[in-house]
Design a binder for this molecule. Structure first.
Ligand SMILES: NC(=O)c1ccc[n+]([C@@H]2O[C@H](COP(=O)([O-])OP(=O)(O)OC[C@H]3O[C@@H](n4cnc5c(N)ncnc54)[C@H](OP(=O)(O)O)[C@@H]3O)[C@@H](O)[C@H]2O)c1
Length: 295
């Protein structure tokens, strides 16, 4: 298949370009060639494009930037995907759009299903919800909601913990906010499998397992680093409360564990997050040459 992929410099887009290139003809569309803020750039990219599938991970993902610039967030996260969806529908191109778990207020601990009632609490969440709705106006399109994405393409929260632990810095992480993460390697395999199906609508695309906080993930990372022999002893991770993070001025939902039963029914068992994260930390340990400072 000929597959166009936006956001190819981002965490998800770069992973998709890398993984899908072995089986498909990939057309990466970085912002420099297809800028969602600039309608002429987007139109020109679409005018010259021929593909069977259009995958759209590109987005304004920084919650604080979205909160400060809600109109920009709407332009990039909703208007642009909506325009692509119209273009795709006119040409019979299937669109796969990436979305988020941040579509709810996060006040309930019940796992989120694809049919839950959305109630976003941030400009980011509202813009992503509007983007989903614009894409789903056209039958046959697929929306994949991901969460707390990690993988080798671009550093994420788990890499920050890894690097700080390696540098011997004090560690802390929010302990009262829970979700299920998405590993980019797994996500790319799931999308590869979904390309062989005619799945449409919304799918929750996170690794299964017990819901975890950022603190839980941080403790997991340092335990694995210690097991790999990269740390001599397992450091403590201090617990923070979400409300203590004054840097966050966009509200974050507290509980966003997504139920991914629909995805696993379509493509089979999904790898639990502890397995995916352990493999990722092992990969980071194996590719790290620095020696941690001694006691
Ligand atoms: N990462 C997560 O934990 C997470 C969680 C939930 C949902 N998601 C969703 O997953 C998708 C992929 O996220 P990600 O982690 O890959 O994000 P990311 O690493 O921030 O990458 C975003 C990509 O979008 C591109 N982009 C930003 N503004 C653009 C514009 N105006 N025009 C064209 N491209 C633009 C960026 O290009 P530049 O490199 O040039 O800036 C980058 O390639 C997004 O839809 C996001 O909402 C991610």
């Amino acid at each position: 298949m000929r597959i166009a992929i936006t956001g190819s410099t981002g965490r998800v887009g770069a992973a998709l370009v890398r993984h899908l290139a072995s089986q498909h003809d990939i057309i990466p569309l970085p912002r420099a060639e297809c800028d969602f803020e600039d309608s002429a750039s987007l139109q020109s990219a679409l005018d010259s494009l021929e593909c069977d599938v259009f995958i759209n991970p590109a987005a304004l993902t920084n919650l604080e930037t979205c909160e400060d610039n809600p109109r920009l967030a709407m332009r990039v996260n909703s208007a642009a995907p909506g325009k692509i969806a119209i273009w795709a529908a006119e040409r019979g191109v299937r669109m796969i759009h990436l979305s988020t778990d941040y579509l709810v207020d996060g006040e309930t601990t019940i796992p989120l299903t694809e049919t839950m009632r959305p109630a976003p609490v941030s400009a980011y969440g509202r813009s992503k919800l509007a983007g989903e709705q614009a894409v789903l106006t056209h039958p046959g399109n697929l929306v994949l909601r991901v969460a707390w994405v990690f993988g080798p393409e671009k550093p994420a929260f788990v890499d920050q913990i890894f690097d700080d632990a390696l540098a011997g810095k004090p560690l802390s992480a929010v302990a009262d906010k829970f979700s299920l993460p998405t590993c980019t390697t797994d996500l790319a395999q799931w999308i590869s499998a979904l390309l062989e199906t005619d799945a449409s609508g919304v799918l929750h695309a996170c690794n299964p397992g017990k819901a975890v906080s950022w603190h839980g993930m941080a403790e997991f990372v340092v335990r694995e680093m210690t097991a790999c022999g990269l740390l001599q002893s397992c450091p403590d991770v201090a617990e923070l409360k979400l409300d203590e993070i004054t840097f966050f001025h966009a509200r974050r939902p507290r509980f966003t564990m997504m139920d991914n039963t629909r995805l696993s029914r379509l493509i089979g068992d999904l790898r639990p997050w502890p397995e995916a994260l352990a493999e990722y930390v092992k990969y980071r340990c194996d590719s790290t040459t620095e020696i941690p400072p001694g006691p």
